[in-house]
Write a protein that binds this ligand. Structure first.
Ligand code: NAD
Ligand code: UGA
Length: 463
């Protein structure tokens, strides 16, 4: 099948950047990203590129080059499905918040709704690509819908999970470690794989394009995220031993990371991993394992999540203990709210959970983040439903200026590793704070000796 038009359902952190890079490298294919959220589409279409709905370094340049040429953003979902030979499903797949599998399984409502719309409106053959992260075997559920509802139209389903990380999405998309395409091992399945492969081959070396069966591809995505998160929980578990023994976690990470079998990446100790996917994807893996009766496997992966919550809790408790066991009425400034640097995304950020625990102890939290919007910060805290929204509003103060956010503060907690924090005028900050002035570095990005020379009481993770 020759692909002239692509439609991607879901204009989020994955759909937007992924389709922009596909459009950039395939100028002869028209790519339209559709979403039911009108406000989001309007932002994707805004003339002022600083208003794009997501912040990713380099994204504005790609959008500038492609938008209006062969990349379009639209709310016309059905029309664009009808016009396209290939349809990507890139909608959110959150953890279920109700019913069977509540708090564990993936909520496939949005994916199913896309499949139903495609089945209902398609008049010609379609290749449907799962871009969302899905439980293994979802393709068979989607196929079922097509068989029940679709009329005289052939649907080929492919799994093409996305491995980009936020903050480096454009770099990851332009230079991927690999592209994974799973499909049915039939003649038409193989043709569909080849059609998608040709699109990626425009800029990705064929050596880096892996093709597998559908189930291997679906499971590989969950497995990759589980392995990555496991590395963080592993290094974070060691931070606690370091703090009790005098070992230094950064020295340990360097020492083990030089073993080429272990590798040096993804060994940065932290206040805990966040982001919309690690927790949800591991919970999903745990749920699938339990559903298959594999309880030991489920318990094994669940421990990665338990260790992560423990790390966040431990960070909050260390703040309380260090500040004489009482933080009631004390101001604690959070530098960073995003779950990592170079993104405006704060979903599941460790900062939310640490703030919540400190507010429970009656602390006042000041927050400065260079990219996360103020109403998003309040939304995150309110979502936990620990207290009334009115109470949260009085206990959480939001700032546009980092220096102002520290005035009269008793402590600063570094929650996100934004580069700019390293170069701040720390002498000026120290002068404006209540003494003793503490820094709790949840990312180990600052220099202990320099800060102690200024007068700060400085605590890093795993030291
Ligand atoms: P997101 O919440 O940013 O975007 C999803 C979009 O889909 C939303 O704008 C929503 O309005 C839209 N949508 C939902 N149902 C729809 C429907 N029926 N019709 C039209 N639009 C609909 O989500 P995201 O972060 O882009 O993640 C999407 C998927 O990709 C998830 O499965 C996630 O696990 C996976 N993933 C995410 C990342 C990441 O870095 N965020 C990386 C790899 C994979
Ligand atoms: C992660 C994966 O890295 C991507 O490959 C995957 O596509 C994506 O999830 C997804 O499926 O959504 P992302 O969550 O955007 O990407 O960002 P990461 O760089 O993986 O960071 C996740 C969290 O781990 C962040 O809170 C980060 O600060 C933390 N982290 C990361 C550490 O604490 N230490 C590290 O060494 C690395």
């Amino acid at each position: 099948m020759k692909i002239k038009n692509i439609c991607c359902i879901g204009a989020g952190y994955v759909g937007g950047p992924t389709m922009a890079v596909i459009a950039q490298n395939n100028p002869k294919i028209n790519v339209t990203v559709v979403d039911k959220n009108k406000e989001r589409i309007d932002l994707w279409n805004s003339k002022d590129l600083s208003k794009l709905p997501i912040f990713e370094p380099g994204l504005d340049k790609v959008i500038d080059e492609t938008r209006g040429r062969n990349l379009f953003f639209s709310n016309e979902i059905e029309k664009n499905i009808i016009n396209s030979e290939m349809i990507f499903i890139s909608v959110n797949t959150p953890t279920k918040s109700y019913g069977e599998g509540k708090g564990m399984a993936s909520d496939l409502t949005y994916v199913e709704s896309c499949a139903r719309t495609i089945a209902k409106v398609a008049k010609t053959d379609k290749i449907v690509v799962e871009k969302s992260t899905l439980p293994v075997k979802t393709a068979s559920a989607i196929k079922n819908i097509f068989e029940q509802i679709g009329r005289d139209v052939n649907f080929e389903i492919l799994s093409n999970p996305e491995f980009l990380a936020e903050g480096t999405a454009i770099r990851d998309l332009k230079h991927p470690d690999r592209v994974l395409i799973g499909g049915e091992q039939t003649k038409s399945g193989k043709n569909a794989i080849s059609a998608l492969l040709k699109i990626y081959a425009k800029w990705v070396s064929s050596k880096k394009i892996i093709t597998t069966n559908l189930w291997s591809s679906e499971l590989s995505k969950l497995s990759a995220n589980a392995f990555l998160a496991q590395r963080i929980s592993s290094i974070n578990s060691l931070t606690e031993i370091c703090e009790k023994t005098g070992a230094d976690i950064n020295e340990v990470a360097t020492a083990i990371g030089t073993d080429s079998r272990i590798g040096s990446k993804f060994l940065n100790p932290s206040v805990g991993f966040g982001g919309s996917c690690f927790k949800k994807d591991i919970l999903n893996l745990v749920y699938i394992s339990n559903s298959l009766g594999l309880h030991e496997v489920a318990n094994y992966w669940n421990q990665v999540i338990l260790m992560n919550s423990h790390q966040r809790n431990r960070f909050a408790k260390r703040i309380i203990k260090t500040m004489n066991g009482t933080i009631s009425g004390k101001k604690i400034t959070f530098f960073g709210w995003a779950f990592k640097k170079n993104t405006n995304d704060s979903r599941e950020s460790a900062a939310i959970y640490v703030a919540d625990k400190l507010i429970d102890e009656k602390a006042i939290i000041n927050v400065y983040d260079p990219k996360v919007k103020k109403d998003r910060i309040l939304f995150d805290i309110n979502k936990l439903e620990s207290r009334s929204t009115k109470a949260n509003k009085t206990l959480v103060n939001l700032f546009d200026n980092p220096y102002k956010s520290c005035e009269n503060s008793h402590a600063i907690a570094i929650m996100t590793e934004w580069d700019q924090f390293i170069d701040y005028d720390w002498k000026k900050i120290y002068k404006s704070m209540t003494k003793p002035a503490f820094i709790f570095d949840g990312r180990n990005i600052l220099k202990k000796s320099e800060l102690e020379k200024i007068g700060f009481k400085y605590l890093a993770i795993g030291k």
